[in-house]
Write a protein of this length. Structure first.
Length: 74
């Protein structure tokens, strides 16, 4: 199983669905297992959770920086 691919799939689905975002914040294991359709071992699911959180945070920071750049150019 490719953890990076699982993270990519999860991030794509979570960013497009507000309900999944809420569920991921409250119950990340349940949300990811529902998204990926598999029951993953604890060590793998924890890696995926950390990867998804890191990617979502990085995307949010990137969007904020881009918005600020646009604002400052005006």
């Amino acid at each position: 199983m490719d953890v990076k691919e699982q993270i990519k799939i999860a991030v794509e689905k979570i960013t497009k669905d507000g309900k999944l975002q809420e569920q991921f914040q409250k119950e990340p294991v349940k949300a990811l297992e529902g998204i990926l359709g598999v029951d993953l071992p604890d060590d793998v699911i924890n890696q995926v959770i950390q990867g998804v959180k890191a990617k979502l945070t990085a995307d949010t920071v990137s969007d904020t920086v881009n918005a600020l750049k646009g604002f400052l150019k005006k």
